[in-house]
Ligand binder design. Structure first.
Ligand SMILES: *Cc1c(COP(=O)(O)O)cnc(C)c1O
Ligand code: SF4
Length: 393
């Protein structure tokens, strides 16, 4: 395959070496956490309280579970590399008795993160695709606009590890203004995806200002939000927020559930509010080893999302990203998983499995179109039967 770009991407020198310190389940605050911080039910459901009481140390985590030696070592050794931050809400979903808990593995550091020779800091070369700070343009007509460097918590497999929680990627109002100027001056941009980090970490006022500025640009047809807060901090989805967003339609929103256990009563409430505000909600998951890489789990996730009016949109192949080798699933296994789902569930419960590349997202699918024989094409059904369809050239 020589001559095809991509395979020789080099690990950037000194990436991060200048390390800075730095089923429906009801989530009930665990007793230990309550006796420590004494949150009232009102506090617990207040997203600003949750943000202020996030877990950042092994000691704070101990109110929820007893970290394994590999987790403790991960917390200690990875502190300078990638921030460890968890909302109390999400921490309360972790299974204290199971180190393989799919919630726990997404957010608790693990020593396995140090064991990844191939991973890169910026596998999609996003920095090279930025015409102006934090605007990533891979396609002619749409951009990913990283308006914020912060999230409610930090996922261990985050594609934007290089950026989230790092002060240098924060957007000052002046820098947001410069990005808006670039969008105003680029009439080809019809679709703006606000992402990050997480745009919903913004206050309602700041978000309303930003979306208002975008709405005032005639060529911006749609504004999309990419946010994990319905998963990690569902209390952020308030009635006020939904009322504000409704004034700016068409607004689309994609969120990021990876496992059915994340679909709690609180998440359901948030998703219902968004759907009732007329916002089409989609889901982008990441295929993660041992978390959602089996048909039963992926299918349960997607079917429960559909029941909550959320359309599974993409499932990403985990990138060749530093510290994530233990999460990666071979692409062939991913293709087989979604092929198996095809015959088993509603078509709109099946996300498109994609690999993101510096050239854009590439669909990864079983080759159902098998080829041409004379005036016919041969296609394959979900269960492997071949069909000959007349299709003269
Ligand atoms: C994913 C992405 C988009 C949006 O892509 P869609 O396939 O339209 O959802 C736009 N720009 C960048 C840089 C992206 O990574
Ligand atoms: S919420 Fe998204 S952007 Fe934030 S850490 Fe998780 S994967 Fe990364």
């Amino acid at each position: 395959m020589t001559g095809i770009p991509g395979g020789d991407r080099k690990r950037p020198k000194a990436a991060r070496s200048e390390a800075k310190p730095s089923e429906v389940h009801e989530s009930v605050p665990p007793k230990a956490a309550r006796s420590e911080a004494q949150p009232s039910e009102v506090d617990w459901r207040d997203w600003t309280w949750q943000m202020q009481h996030r877990i950042r140390t092994a000691e704070a985590l101990e109110h929820f579970l007893d970290p394994t030696p590999k987790e403790r070592e991960g917390i200690a050794k990875l502190a300078a590399r990638f921030h460890f931050v968890i909302t109390p809400y999400y921490a309360a979903l972790m299974d204290p008795d199971d180190p393989a808990c799919p919630i726990r593995r997404q957010v608790v550091p693990h020593i396995a993160e140090l064991d990844d020779a191939a991973g890169l800091a910026d596998p999609l070369d996003e920095v090279a695709h930025s015409p102006v700070k934090n605007v990533i343009r891979v396609y002619p007509d749409r951009i990913a606009f990283c308006v914020n460097n912060e999230c409610a918590l930090y996922c261990r497999f985050c594609l934007r590890k290089r950026m989230v929680g790092e002060p240098e990627w924060a957007m000052k109002k002046r820098e947001l203004g410069e990005a808006l100027d670039w969008i105003r001056a680029t009439p080809a941009i019809r679709d703006v995806l606000l992402t990050g980090g997480d745009p919903l970490v913004y206050s309602d006022d700041r978000l309303a200002w930003l979306i208002g500025e975008l709405r005032a640009i005639p060529h911006v047809e749609i504004v999309r939000l990419g946010t994990r807060l319905p998963v990690t901090l569902p209390f952020r989805v308030t009635d006020d927020l939904c009322r504000m967003l409704r004034d700016f339609h068409p607004i689309w929103l994609n969120t990021h559930f990876n496992h059915p256990r994340e679909l709690t009563a609180e998440a359901e409430e948030a998703l219902t509010k968004l759907a009732d505000a007329g916002i089409p909600v989609g889901n982008q998951s990441v295929l993660l080893r041992g978390i959602n890489d089996d048909v039963a789990t992926m299918q349960a996730l997607c079917e429960q999302l559909v029941r909550l009016r959320v359309r599974p949109y993409y499932t990403y192949q985990a990138q060749l990203l530093e510290g994530t080798a233990h999460f990666r699933v071979p692409i062939e296994e991913g293709v087989a998983l979604f092929r198996e789902m095809r015959g088993r569930t509603s078509g709109f419960a099946i996300p498109q499995y994609v690999l993101d590349t510096p050239y854009g997202k590439v669909p990864l699918a079983h080759p159902y179109l098998r080829g041409r024989e004379g005036d016919d094409v041969i296609v394959e059904s979900y269960d492997g039967r071949l069909w000959r369809e007349p299709n003269p050239e």
